[in-house]
Design a protein. Structure first.
Length: 176
């Protein structure tokens, strides 16, 4: 199995992390531009095989900070994966609720069509019944959209973040 490399070039290691984040180094968020760069490259690489992040820094970082980079990057992407996992779970929960509501509304529409059939004049009952059927099926649009289309991109992002959370991270200074 081959390993695909993502390379990032920085002046100093601090550019990799969000400078406004007051969290300890291990819990710091990546800089938005750095994250976008890493994620966009990872999306372009083959989905099979491993990933590796090679960070070229012009100014070598302090040894204790350099030692914690891999853990900080992995922790960041693991937390993004956890967020995507929750997002997927909430999407499916919303899908189940929408499905129950949609099916109940569809049943009401079909039942109302049957109930109105003897009350309405000839010709009109078919028109009203067909209209109720259409409205009932339109109510099913959102649950079908969730279960057929909406979850795929979230699951794809979840898989990508999990891959990024497992990748080795190496630093390479100007002397190398």
């Amino acid at each position: 199995m081959s390993t695909a490399r993502i390379e990032v070039r920085l002046r100093e290691l601090a550019q990799l992390f969000n400078s406004l984040d007051p969290s300890p180094f291990i819990d710091r968020d990546l800089d938005a531009d750095a994250e976008e760069f890493i994620v966009s490259w990872a999306r372009e690489l083959p989905h099979h095989g491993g990933l590796e992040l090679l960070i070229h820094v012009a100014v070598p970082p302090e040894p204790e900070r350099a030692a914690g980079v891999e853990e900080a990057v992995r922790h960041y992407f693991a937390s993004r994966a956890a967020i995507k996992q929750r997002e997927l779970r909430l999407l499916f929960r919303r899908g189940r609720a929408s499905l129950v509501i949609g099916l109940a509304f569809l049943a009401v529409c079909f039942g109302l069509g049957v109930l109105l059939r003897p009350v309405l004049p000839a010709g009109w009952h078919e028109f009203v019944e067909l209209g109720l059927h259409i409205v009932g099926w339109v109510a099913m649009w959102r649950p079908l959209e969730i279960y057929l289309y909406d979850w795929w991109p979230v699951r794809s992002d979840l898989r990508l973040y999990r891959r990024l959370a497992r990748m080795p991270v190496r630093l390479q200074g100007a002397a190398h």
